[in-house]
Design a protein around this ligand. Structure first.
Ligand SMILES: Cc1ncc(COP(=O)(O)O)c(C=O)c1O
Length: 395
């Protein structure tokens, strides 16, 4: 394995997180149980959402949200071929559940300044076939949520917020992930909090909550609000084994829940340390006068960010490959901003989803952007100085 002095992620698990997991292991109740319920309830309380459900990944949360929209138990349900708008700067599993569920994605460009959805392009892309938006909050930043919510209301659209990269960010003091009918969060090991693998899906109303609960676990009636009523209507069946809906198994474990919860309790602390580290790095770039070559993306107006990493756009005169190679060689780990312009991925070509679509800004970000990590432990002076010097020497 390559040794980086500035990696994307350092081991995020603290002894106290591991101890929580050991307690669960010793209890021998390892599957989804009391820790999962506790995590869900604390999560809802803190971010102020009505319902939260723990799943095994952020991808599973996205899948459940989209599957819920086409589920026959849902009153307002989408039909085959209905259109969902999605930014072209997205993650693979922000997109694929749309296609896997028989819906049609339509791509929207993003802004270079914020990396988030370009609302002017969004307005142009809305048609009578558009039924919803899969919004992706990129790396802890956000689009203008006021304007977006006005568009949503005006066109009666369903909003799903992929908040997998932005747990803890607020827009006008309201947490991202609480604007739409659904939102997803990821606790994969590089995210704001980590539970190994893990994710949360949140929703606003009880009808959806009951559907996603059954979809999460085999379509089972077990644990649903109307479990008894369902059993009464199906007297010919063993009431403990009634399959009321279609389903998956996307549950997590109490081991994962205990680590996630332990980290979640310190979310505000992590955000604060990351913010302080980022400010020190910005200052060191300014001091070296390299800030014109490396534009560190700033938060949008009204956004109080919970940064995921440090997204950077290099100046037009620089070549991304050269910079990346130099940084990597000298011990700074880098990666694309999400996955770059997703329309450039071979899977898109295979599924013939890129017919005549050009995304100017997403393409620019693809060619000029990358991000570096942002640790949750305070950075020392020497590391910050070494980082700035490495950037200076990479030009
Ligand atoms: C925007 C976005 N959505 C979804 C996911 C998927 O999350 P997970 O890795 O937990 O499946 C990621 C992963 O990093 C992501 O960045």
């Amino acid at each position: 394995m390559k040794k980086y002095f500035y990696p994307l992620v350092e081991n995020p698990y603290r002894p106290k997180d591991i101890n929580e997991a050991i307690k669960v292991l010793k209890s021998s109740k390892i599957t989804s149980g009391p820790k999962t319920l506790e995590f869900q309830s604390k999560f809802s309380k803190k971010i102020k959402t009505n319902y939260s459900l723990l799943v095994n990944s952020g991808s599973s949360a996205n899948l459940l949200a989209i599957q819920c929209l086409i589920n026959p138990y849902r009153k307002r349900r989408l039909k085959h071929g209905d259109q969902i708008l999605i930014p072209s700067l997205c993650w693979s599993t922000s997109l694929w559940p749309i296609i896997q569920s028989g819906l049609k994605p339509k791509f929207v460009d993003v802004e270079k300044e914020t990396l988030n959805l370009d609302l002017n392009d969004l307005r142009k892309k809305i048609s009578k076939n558009t039924k919803g938006i899969m919004l992706v909050h990129v790396l802890g930043n956000s689009t203008n949520m006021n304007d977006l919510m006005n568009i949503i209301k005006k066109h009666n659209l369903i909003l799903i917020e992929d908040t997998c990269e932005s747990l803890g960010t607020t827009y006008k003091n309201k947490y991202l992930g609480t604007f739409g009918e659904f939102s997803s969060f990821s606790f994969y090991s590089s995210h704001q909090i980590s539970s190994g693998e893990g994710g949360m899906i949140c929703c606003k109303n009880e009808e959806d909550f009951e559907i996603i609960k059954s979809l999460r676990a085999h379509g089972w009636s077990r644990g649903l609000k109307y479990e008894k009523k369902i059993a009464k209507n199906n007297k010919q069946l063993d009431k403990r084994f009634i399959f009321y809906n279609s389903g998956f198994n996307l549950r997590s474990t109490d081991i994962s829940a205990s680590i996630g919860l332990s980290q979640f309790k310190d979310l505000d602390k992590f955000i604060k340390v990351r913010r302080a580290n980022r400010n020190l790095i910005i200052k060191s770039f300014q001091k070296k006068k390299i800030n014109n070559f490396f534009n560190i993306i700033k938060e949008n107006k009204y956004v109080k960010p919970s940064w995921f990493g440090i997204p950077i756009l290099i100046s037009k005169s620089l070549k991304r490959n050269k910079i990346i190679n130099n940084l990597e060689k000298k011990g700074v780990e880098t990666r694309p901003i999400i996955s770059g312009n997703f329309l450039k991925q071979p899977s898109i070509k295979k599924y013939k989803l890129n017919k005549n679509v050009k995304m100017k800004n997403a393409e620019y970000i693809n060619q000029k952007g990358f991000f570096i990590g942002l640790p949750t432990k305070p950075l020392g002076k020497a590391t910050i100085e070494k980082l700035a010097t490495t950037f200076e020497q990479s030009i």
